[in-house]
Design a protein around this ligand. Sequence first.
Ligand code: PAF
Length: 285
Amino acid sequence: MKIFEQIDLLNAFLFQQQQTKSIGFVPTMGALHEGHLALVEKSIQENDLTVCSIFVNKIQFNLEEDFAKYPRTLEEDIKLLESIGCNCLFVPDQQSIYPEGYELKKYNLGDIENFLEGFYRPGHFQGVCNVVHRLLDIIQPHRLYLGLKDYQQCKVIEKMTQLTSLDKRVALKFCETIRNEDGLALSSRNKRLSMNGLNKATALSKILNSAKEKILAAEKEVDLILLGQESIQNILKNGFDSVDYFAFVNENFESIDSTSKNNQPITILTAATIEGVRLIDNIKI
Ligand code: PAF
């Protein structure tokens, strides 16, 4: 695997490849797990060349402490990427991505920006869009691979690529969430949980599933406000310290309060904290 820290060296390498090869790109913040590797593997299957990036993007962390605590496991990450045949790794420093005088962009993302994750993490999605846009400009891939565990992030990046016309040259590929045998969605943040915390954290996906089952089994309309409140109580009972939200949205990422209004697909999303670690998960109906 070729590893680049500098943009000009990466560009020189990619320039030769771009003429004849399709390029798939997997942006990450490192601390790689099976979920990331599944994205890289998908890209390897669908492209001639796969580029992965590892960059802990300070501007998307609303809490300094969360940025400082974000796990950094570069040597391990390199081994994992090599073991599955990733072709190229880009590991820039902050200065290369945001050089002196670099002006951050402000995207007009609409309501999704301040809703759910956006509400609890002000500025987060602008930070994500800035870095993904910058990385896409540098790497110029044909396909971009993102995990559906961060469903709202997928929707926001889709919007950003439409606003910037990047959607004309890069296809977005959203890939299913990878879970452990107990259903817990894989996340770099899981590395900060104790054994006990990891066990308790499995409640999140179980409660999402049971809300889904209730909706599917219901013969009449379901009050989603009530179902949300019950689900939050259930998450707390199962050992989480706090729950930011347990929300139901339609395809346009608008909040819905009952199943009566339409037969559109619903996605249930939740964010909850255990042992000081904030986890998110979602399920589609
Ligand atoms: O999902 C992530 O790990 C990050 O938000 C991303 C897309 C790599 C941007 O920093």
